[in-house]
Design a protein around this ligand. Sequence first.
Ligand code: URP
Ligand code: ZN
Ligand code: ZN
Length: 456
Amino acid sequence: MKIVIQNGTIVTDHDIYKADILVEKGKIAAIGNNFTGEQIKKIDAAGKYVMPGAVDVHTHIDLQAGSYHTSDNFFTGTRAALCGGTTTIVEHLAFGPKNCPLQYQIDKYKVAAKDNAVSDYGLHGVIQHVDADVLRDMGKIVAKGIPSFKIYMTYDFALTDAEILRVLKRGRELHAVVAVHCENDSIINYLRSKFVAENKKTPYYHALSRPAECEAEAVARVLRLAHMAGDAPIYIVHLSTARGLAAVRAARAEGQKNIYAETCPQYLLLDEKCYNKNDGIKYIMSPPLRSAADQTALWAGLADGSINTVATDHCPFSTADKLHGKDDFSQCPNGAPGIEERVMAMFSAGVVEKKMTLNKFVETLCTSPACIYGLYPRKGVLLPGSDADIMIIDGAGEEYFHIDNLHGLADYSLYEGKKVKGRMDTVIRRGEIVYTDGKFLGRKGTGLFIERRIGL
Ligand code: URP
Ligand code: ZN
Ligand code: ZN
């Protein structure tokens, strides 16, 4: 079916203008005026913003973490993504068994996603140990359209500095981006054990066991390693602190290239006081929520381009699972939902409250993530020839985040009860209307695996 989106205001990362969009065979066929003809479905977007479908490059939809499993599967997680305006995700694969080959998790994920996903999706390979086989297999995986890898500086599969350096060098050779969770593992383990031994086990001690310095030190260290690897492309995930951001700026100021930084709505919109609420356990995630001063710094970092993207780190565990940590924060699975709330939460807090421009909103939620991770120009942009992934936002509307209105399987929202300004009106994925009037219309299993290529 052909669709024409009429009378809307098109917003890109650098432009705002009035025009109509003709969609044909899943692609944007043309942008202009006066598209006529039979068999054209018309969508009137008068008074609304027409933007590229959002891209979320940091999700853990289907993750086994120890004995816990995230609430979502590829159908429900990507359904929630679509209803929130996100038409493409890039999933961080879960850990496999110790010493498993890189390909192991990719095979598992392709099965989990195929016949289930409704948004389009890519995968990041996760490197949990480093040896000659892993370094060789990075090349095979890049050749299969997975030109990005995730590594951790903390948790059970934390890599050593030497291992990180080897991965970064190999990433550079392959034109692959290495995404890094930056926290100082040794200090965190020391603080966690100390607090538990002192019987300081309420959720607030989760935050105290992972101080800002742990992030800032790890960010600075990994950026040095990337520099030693010849300015290897590096992407700092879920940046949460002013000090971590300062480390990013310092490395760039010294002339280091190929540095990208991401933050997430929770670090912009929620702060460490949440850990003192009765349900503080629900906010346990790593890195933890921070101070109001950190939030201010992150907003400034987005506005001045120091932070490139806003992704979710969607990692939903059920309330019952989270409650395993109610008497001891260290027993709580880390992570929280947010895949559906991201776009409208950022529209309201960012655009409506004038902390970011409309262009910056599109840049950080749609275009930059697509560019950094090799999805552009197929995704993240409104151009003739691009996939017709489009969200239409009614800036004058309102949304109310309540678990019954959301489309994933998470049983709580970090933003429960919050009213936001602006409303997701319609979402189109490759030319198919998948969300409108508050209803999901997509068909299970129609999401495509997107092969990505990064040209640096
Ligand atoms: O607490 C979090 N963020 N869990 C998900 C895994 C990660 O660290 O990104
Ligand atoms: Zn992480
Ligand atoms: Zn994550």
